[in-house]
Design a protein around this ligand. Structure first.
Ligand SMILES: [Fe+2]
Length: 240
């Protein structure tokens, strides 16, 4: 069934590309400095000097497995939009402190959503492959369902903005890029299909902990820069 849905979408895309390739969309280049965080608390980020350490950040992206209080600290210090997805270690409710949290205050959950933040087109999918009974774990088939849910928004982007997507945000990596052979860290086939079909400029993921300097943290998949955000990545992106 998944293969049939992919066929239908690919055929539809041919029509969308044919119809809209000839339209010249007015595209102003956008540059934005990103701070992308994932998987571990970085002491100098969880500090009152965060803003001095990272001046001129325009957008925050969380790739999962981070406490909600940590994300709240970052968004309150930086005072810019935060879009996040949850990882397999995130909790339905985070107990402790002054209040119990089920999401980071000030952040926007990107799971199964396509959003436009100041002209930057984002979409996201949470979680990893299912290997236990915890939340935020899915089968490969369920990941296909999450990705298919994004497709109408991506097509609407193409018609409105002349491109499908700028930044794809997930917790798990795509199949065959930065992933590992054990079930919890295996890559997601649907993510790879989305990247190869809709060609976002950037794909940020977490979940794969890099301990060795030789571990790849960035890989090109077609025109897409696939970046493991384990810890943090600060980067200036150019769109348009
Ligand atoms: Fe994870």
């Amino acid at each position: 069934m998944t293969r049939r849905v992919v066929q239908i979408i690919n055929q539809s895309l041919l029509g969308v590309k044919y119809r809209y390739n000839s339209i010249k969309m007015p595209r102003l280049p956008i540059s934005c400095r990103l701070l992308v965080i994932s998987d571990i608390i970085v002491p100098f980020i969880y500090s009152p000097h965060l803003r001095e350490r990272f001046p001129n950040i325009g957008l925050l992206i969380g790739c999962g497995d981070l406490p909600y209080y940590y994300l709240e600290h970052i968004v309150s210090m930086m005072d810019v939009p935060l879009f996040f997805v949850r990882g397999n270690h995130d909790k339905l409710v985070e107990y402790g402190g002054a209040q119990n949290r089920n999401a980071p205050g000030g952040g926007s959950d990107l799971h199964r959503k396509v959003v436009n933040s100041g002209g930057i087109l984002l979409a996201g999918v949470e979680g990893s492959l299912r290997y236990s009974n915890s939340t935020y774990q899915y089968s490969q088939f369920e990941m296909w369902e999450h990705v298919f849910r994004l497709v109408p928004g991506l097509l609407a982007n193409r018609m409105r903005h002349g491109r499908f997507l700028d930044i794809f945000v997930t917790h798990a990596p795509p199949n065959g890029v930065h992933d590992k052979e054990d079930l919890p860290h295996r890559g997601i086939r649907a993510f790879r299909w989305l990247i190869q079909t809709f060609k976002p400029g950037y794909h940020f993921h977490g979940h794969i902990h890099n301990y060795r300097p030789e571990d790849a943290i960035e890989t090109k998949l077609g025109p897409t820069r696939v970046i493991n955000a384990y810890g943090y990545r600060e980067m200036l992106i150019q769109i348009g």
